[in-house]
Write a protein that binds this ligand. Structure first.
Ligand code: F6R
Length: 259
C-alpha cells in the first residue's frame, strides 16, 4: 500500500484527481471504476474543471460505478445515477453507452448483479478503481463481514451506514436498506486502486484498513492484498495511524522523496 498524507482534504482530493487525469490522458480508452459520496465531490469537481478548460476528453473512457440503491427510482435526486449525471457525466463528454451503474430497479436483482459483474469482465476489467471508505470500513457497500471473495451482488446496508447516509436523506426511514454493490473480489481485480479518505470521522476505519489485521470486519483491509493500492489521506483521516511518521518520511506531503 502506498500511503499518501496531505495537509488538507482539498490537496488529497486534487492529487487523486490528478492521478485519474493522468490515467485518461495516457490511456484515453481506459476503464475507470467510480465511487459516489461526499468525499468524491472535489475529485469530480477537478475532473469537470479540467474538461471545461479543454484539457481532457472522456469520450473514449468507460466507467463502472461501485454501487446503487435498490428500488430507488433512477431519477430520484439521491440515486447514484443522478449523482453521477450531475457531478461528472453531464458536465463532461462521457458517452452514455460507456457509463455503467448497477440497475437497482431490475426485476431480477441477482441476475442484474451477475450481468454487471460479467460486463466488467467482458470489457477487459477496470484499469483504475476510485474508492471512498465508510466509517465502518466498508468499500462500495461491502459492509463488515462481507466475504473477501465476494462478487457483485445484493447487500443489506449496515445500520451504521443507514445512519451515516441519512444525512443526505430527509429522515433515516427514507434511506434504502438494500443495494447492488461490486464485491470485494471485484474491486481487488482492478489493475490499480486509489482510495480517498478525509476527516477525523474516517480515522479509525483508515487505521484498521492500513494497519489492522486482514479481516472481514474491516472490508477495506482487503486492500492490503492488492499490489497497486494508493491511499490518499488528509492529516485528520491519517491522525490515528501508528506509523504516521514513517509514511510521511516515505512520501513527504504525499510526494516521492527527493533521491
Ligand atoms: C459510494 C461508496 C461508498 C462511499 C463511502 C463514503 O459509491 O461506494 O463506499 O465511498 O460510504 O461515503 P462519503 O464519501 O459520503 O463519506
Amino acid at each position: 500500500m502506498k500511503v499518501l498524507i496531505f495537509d488538507t482534504a482539498q490537496q488529497a482530493a486534487d492529487a487523486l484527481a490528478d492521478k485519474l487525469i493522468k490515467q485518461v490522458l495516457s490511456h484515453p480508452t481506459c476503464t475507470l471504476g467510480l465511487a459516489t459520496g461526499g468525499t468524491a465531490n472535489p475529485v469530480y469537481d477537478k475532473l469537470v474543471r479540467t474538461h471545461l478548460a479543454g484539457d481532457i476528453s472522456f469520450k473514449g473512457v468507460r466507467t463502472f460505478n461501485l454501487d446503487e440503491y435498490v428500488a430507488l427510482p433512477i431519477a430520484h435526486p439521491l440515486s447514484y445515477h443522478t449523482y453521477m449525471a450531475e457531478h461528472l457525466f453531464e458536465p463532461c463528454d462521457f458517452q452514455t453507452e460507456n457509463t455503467h451503474i448497477p440497475n437497482g430497479n431490475a426485476p431480477d436483482l441477482a441476475k442484474e448483479a451477475r450481468r454487471y459483474e460479467n460486463a466488467i469482465t467482458n470489457c477487459g476489467g477496470i484499469d483504475c478503481q476510485f474508492l471512498g471508505i465508510g466509517e465502518n470500513g466498508h468499500i462500495g457497500f461491502n459492509e463488515p463481514t462481507s466475504s473477501l471473495a465476494s462478487l457483485t451482488r445484493v447487500k443489506t446496508l449496515a445500520p451504521s451506514t443507514v445512519e451515516a447516509n441519512s444525512r443526505y436523506f430527509e429522515t433515516p426511514e427514507d434511506v434504502p436498506r438494500l443495494c447492488i454493490t461490486m464485491g470485494i473480489a471485484t474491486i481487488l481485480r482492478a489493475a490499480e486502486i486509489a482510495l480517498l479518505a478525509v476527516g477525523k470521522r474516517k480515522s479509525e476505519a483508515v487505521r484498521n484498513m492500513i494497519e489492522g489485521p486482514l479481516a472481514a470486519m474491516c472490508p477495506a483491509s482487503a486492500l492490503q492484498l492488492h499490489q497497486h493500492a494508493e491511499i490518499y489521506l488528509d492529516s485528520e483521516a491519517a491522525s490515528r495511524l501508528e506509523l504516521l511518521d514513517y509514511y510521511k518520511s516515505v512520501h513527504p506531503c504525499g510526494h516521492a522523496p527527493p533521491l
